[in-house]
Design a protein around this ligand. Structure first.
Ligand code: BGC
Length: 360
């Protein structure tokens, strides 16, 4: 069965070939007959982004014409649990492991087990450090590049501030802001926090950091932290993800603070939660972290590895990494973005306009 969505993505990917972003040749895959078994290990299935990623991955398997079995586990935030689950996946005969590590700095045990049994690993979303990726030549990584992500978020904030001078509510020429940070040590929280602020400053905005809050990617934690800051003068919230941005919105809603007295809120991910906030004008910008293409690519790579086929169709960056580009989503491009997102076009030529600027 042909999946039109998949056709669109693969055409998009072919388009990236021309821009030097991502190379996946249009070669058709060989006829695949025997059953393969994929093991999936999630750091926390309740994370909105991960749950959307996992849904896309499952859809790929369901729509595939190949005979694929999937066994998946949720580590609920415990690396110890995940080590046991990975051992179980290996014992149960998985041909390839797709791992979203709980602690990206401590995948050693899982690598050791996989290596002993010669089962390739694709890490995704939580990027192991270089030393770990170098440990074995059957370790891969799929995600979006942390570097550059905050630049796009800073640009989304700058685009909004430029067209909405009233966002500087006390008119002091300074933007009082707070950072809502994801998990400490996660490559994405580090880069998004640093680069978003730097980008705004480079664009000439004078910023004053009123406070910051670590909310571990969690909507609930963000809501609690922002509720504790409601007496502070905040004009901008830069949130490392959409879920925490949603928590901030809920804090203002619950306190009954009118929209004109709330800060501008910028998120990250373009999840269904984030897109809803954009539609309702409760969030002024976000950056699309394309879980759909990431999951699609992971499925293609996993089945190729499981069948021991050559990887000539994949363009791997340093240490066997594949990075999927982001897209900046601002209110002026929201309708076009939603149109493409909900009804993928046959001709994705407009897609290029959203590609990460530093990677074009
Ligand atoms: C996403 C977050 C998610 C985290 C989980 C990040 O790339 O932006 O929403 O919670 O990954 O590792």
């Amino acid at each position: 069965m042909t999946n039109p969505t998949k056709k669109y993505y693969f055409r998009s990917i072919e388009h990236f070939v021309l821009t030097g972003v991502l190379i996946l040749s249009g070669c058709s895959l060989p006829q695949r007959t025997h059953t393969i078994k994929i093991g999936l290990a999630l750091y926390d299935a309740h994370d909105t982004f991960i749950s959307e990623f996992s849904t896309h991955f499952n859809d790929n398997i369901k729509e595939s014409s190949e005979d694929v079995q999937l066994e998946s586990y949720d580590a609920s935030g415990s690396q110890y649990t995940q080590n046991t689950q990975v051992a179980q996946l290996i014992d149960n005969g998985c041909d390839v492991l797709c791992i979203n590590p709980v602690d990206r700095t401590a995948p050693g045990k899982m690598i050791e087990l996989a290596r002993e049994n010669n089962i390739p690993i694709i890490f995704f979303n939580r990027e192991p450090v270089e030393e770990d990726l170098k440990q074995w030549n059957r370790i891969y990584y799929i995600g979006s590049s942390a570097k550059g992500s905050g630049t796009l978020q800073g640009e989304a904030a700058a685009d909004y501030l430029k067209t909405h001078p009233d966002a500087d509510r006390n008119r002091d020429g300074v933007i009082q802001y707070i950072l809502l940070e994801g998990e400490p040590g996660h490559q994405d929280s580090i880069m998004r926090s640093e680069e978003s602020v730097e980008t705004l400053e480079e664009k000439g905005y004078v910023l004053e950091k009123t406070d910051y809050a670590i909310a571990n990617w969690s909507r609930q934690q963000a809501q609690t932290k922002i509720t504790q800051m409601l007496d502070k003068h905040i004009e901008l919230i830069l949130s490392n993800n959409d879920d925490m941005a949603a928590g901030a919105v809920s804090a203002y809603e619950q306190a009954g603070i009118p929209r004109t007295e709330r800060p501008v809120i910028i998120g990250f991910d373009g999840t269904s939660v984030g897109l809803e906030l954009m539609k309702n004008e409760q969030m002024a910008g976000t950056v699309y972290n394309n879980s759909n293409i990431q999951a699609d690519m992971m499925f293609q790579l996993a089945s190729t590895l499981a069948r021991n086929e050559p990887l000539t169709d994949f363009h791997l960056e340093k240490d066997r990494r594949i990075y999927i580009p982001y897209r900046k989503i601002t209110p002026d491009v929201l309708d076009d973005f939603l149109q493409e997102h909900d009804h993928p076009a046959e001709d994705p030529s407009s897609f290029n306009s959203y590609i990460h600027p530093t990677r074009q």
